[in-house]
Design a binder for this molecule. Structure first.
Ligand code: SF4
Length: 260
């Protein structure tokens, strides 16, 4: 899954202009901010609504401006699940809540051990170094599917490749390479909803800075009170903030206000 934030080129004239994506992000932030402000549980709900919204917007776009080719993404293809994934806090809280509700204590302990081991290997790596390290997402299940597919991050949802082979070649060493061909509208819509969720956090005084998924998940699983602490504006996710993203997107440095 990519952590990039840039517009993909469209192959033909489209009603999905950059202004549409800005409008989606703004609309989502306004709709979700009251939920985020209320409680950590409602912030998790906001992440779920955002995910459903991305799905419905993508389905509508699919009907009006379908992809130029079949989407190659399918269960069992985990090529992009070796890449850096960025999330905002309500998303990782939602994943942790889903895991606690669906896994046995033994399974959770095994998963936490895998998350900790992966975190040790990837903490602080750049996007390119992370891809080359070939460390799989610890949420992958045994047959290569996403173990949290119903609550997967918006970044994961955004990846809509036309060519699995191109993905394999790209993720072997992405630095300087062209992004594999994909359905730009689906990608941009999910990214716009993610931007709206992050902005909703900031708009109500909560930190919406993008977090590296594995580090954030480790914190959330190790500290059951992480959601409450985040909601109380305590810096519980500081260690998971993605320095590479901050350096590229926040002129004033890590303390500045950001919109993912
Ligand atoms: S959360 Fe799921 S889809 Fe995303 S990288 Fe991990 S296994 Fe892949």
């Amino acid at each position: 899954m990519t952590d990039e934030r840039r517009s993909l080129p469209l192959a033909r004239p489209s009603r999905y202009s950059p202004e549409v994506y800005v409008g989606v992000a703004e609309g989502e932030s306004q709709a979700l901010a009251p939920l985020v402000a209320e409680s950590p549980e409602r912030a998790i709900e906001a992440a779920g609504i955002a995910s459903e919204r991305a799905a419905s917007l993508t389905a509508a776009a699919h009907a009006h401006e379908p992809p130029d080719a079949p989407i190659a993404c399918r269960r069992g293809c985990s090529t992009c699940c070796h890449a850096k994934v960025l999330v905002v806090a309500p998303e990782v809280l939602r994943i942790a809540a889903h895991l606690r509700a669906t896994r046995s204590p033994e399974d959770l302990a095994d998963l936490l051990a895998r998350v900790q081991a992966a975190d040790v290997r990837v903490r602080g790596l750049s996007r390119a170094a992370r891809a080359e390290a070939r460390v799989p997402c610890p949420l992958l299940d045994a047959d290569g599917g996403c173990g949290v597919h119903p609550v997967r991050p918006l970044v994961c949802r955004s990846w809509t490749s036309y060519d699995a082979g191109a993905c394999e070649r790209y993720w072997e060493a992405p630095a300087g390479k062209q992004t594999p061909p994909q359905w730009a509208i689906g990608y941009e819509l999910a990214q716009a909803v993610l931007a709206g969720l992050g902005k909703a956090c900031f708009d109500v005084g909560r930190d919406g800075t993008p977090l590296e998924l594995i580090a954030a998940l480790r914190i959330t699983l190790e500290r059951p009170t992480a959601g409450e602490r985040w909601h109380k504006r305590l810096p519980v996710f500081s260690a998971a903030k993605d320095a590479e993203w901050i350096e590229a997107n926040v002129p004033s440095g890590p303390s500045g206000k950001t919109v993912p």
